[in-house]
Design a protein around this ligand. Structure first.
Ligand SMILES: Nc1ncnc2c1ncn2[C@@H]1O[C@H](COP(=O)(O)OP(=O)(O)OP(=O)(O)O)[C@@H](O)[C@H]1O
Length: 231
């Protein structure tokens, strides 16, 4: 079976430093894979390479069999709805002056076709999918809590019907009680929608709880698969 995401021998250099040094892993359809490691080990760089936000110095990133690293932005654009990021800062990922429903309409329009009747209904559906009251669609980001904002971020990522979410420390900025709610939401989405997830975190316990498989990253290299010891 072909992997949904197949990363091979990824190398990223920053000046004289090798930030990723031959990183290889796969994520199968519907699988949640954790990537854990200490600060500066290259987790966000891996996410950026997978999302086509940086061009690696060597190696390949195949998504659904398509090699992404050689594609131009114009060629990547139609594929982006299928692999979507969720970032750490829930407020920073949203435009401060636009209502939540407008921010959800944006990816729906982008991935189109947008219809005046189905579009608003889809926004309600997305809000309900992430456990939010659809009435919150009328609010601005600063009128929501951090947890609610992160749920909107997840709803935006879901708008195009992705096959893969790349979640870079999605709950690190949240209070522990709110964090548990968002993690439960992610597990429900994984069960209900069968979306593949690459879940990046420095928090070993969270990753073990959520993921089918855990990869340890240290100094830009993967440690033995599934044997991250948290040290
Ligand atoms: N644009 C850049 N220019 C130079 N060095 C960079 C750049 N981006 C990242 N680095 C360096 O690459 C290394 C890996 O960074 P990265 O952000 O991928 O680590 P991380 O594991 O996500 O860390 P954290 O958990 O602190 O976010 C770090 O040493 C960082 O300083």
């Amino acid at each position: 079976m072909n992997a949904l995401l197949d990363v091979r021998d990824l190398v990223v250099r920053r000046g004289a430093r090798t930030v990723l040094d031959g990183v290889s892993f796969t994520v199968a359809a519907g699988e949640t894979v954790g990537l854990v490691g200490p600060s500066g080990c290259g987790k966000s760089t891996t996410a950026a390479a997978v999302l086509g936000l940086l061009r690696p110095d060597a190696g390949t990133v195949r998504f659904a069999g398509i090699e992404l690293t050689k594609l131009r932005e114009r060629e990547l654009r139609p594929l982006r709805r299928r692999f979507q990021p969720v970032f750490q800062d829930p407020y920073g990922s949203l435009s401060p002056r636009r209502r939540i429903r407008e921010q959800l309409a944006e990816p729906l329009r982008l991935h189109g076709p947008w219809s005046a009747t189905e579009g608003p209904a889809r926004i309600v559906e997305l809000l309900e999918l992430v456990g939010l009251d659809p009435a919150l669609g009328e609010r601005l980001p600063h009128e929501l809590s951090g947890g609610q904002c992160q749920r909107v971020g997840i709803a935006r990522a879901l708008a195009g019907g992705p096959d893969l979410l790349v979640l870079d420390e999605p709950t690190s900025a949240l209070d522990p009680t709110v964090r548990a709610g968002v993690l439960n939401l992610l597990m429900d989405l994984q069960d209900d929608l069968g979306i593949g997830m690459l879940f990046i975190s420095h928090d070993t316990a969270t990753v073990r709880h959520l993921c089918h498989r855990v990869l340890g990253l240290r100094g830009g290299r993967l440690t033995a698969e599934g044997r991250w010891d948290g040290a």
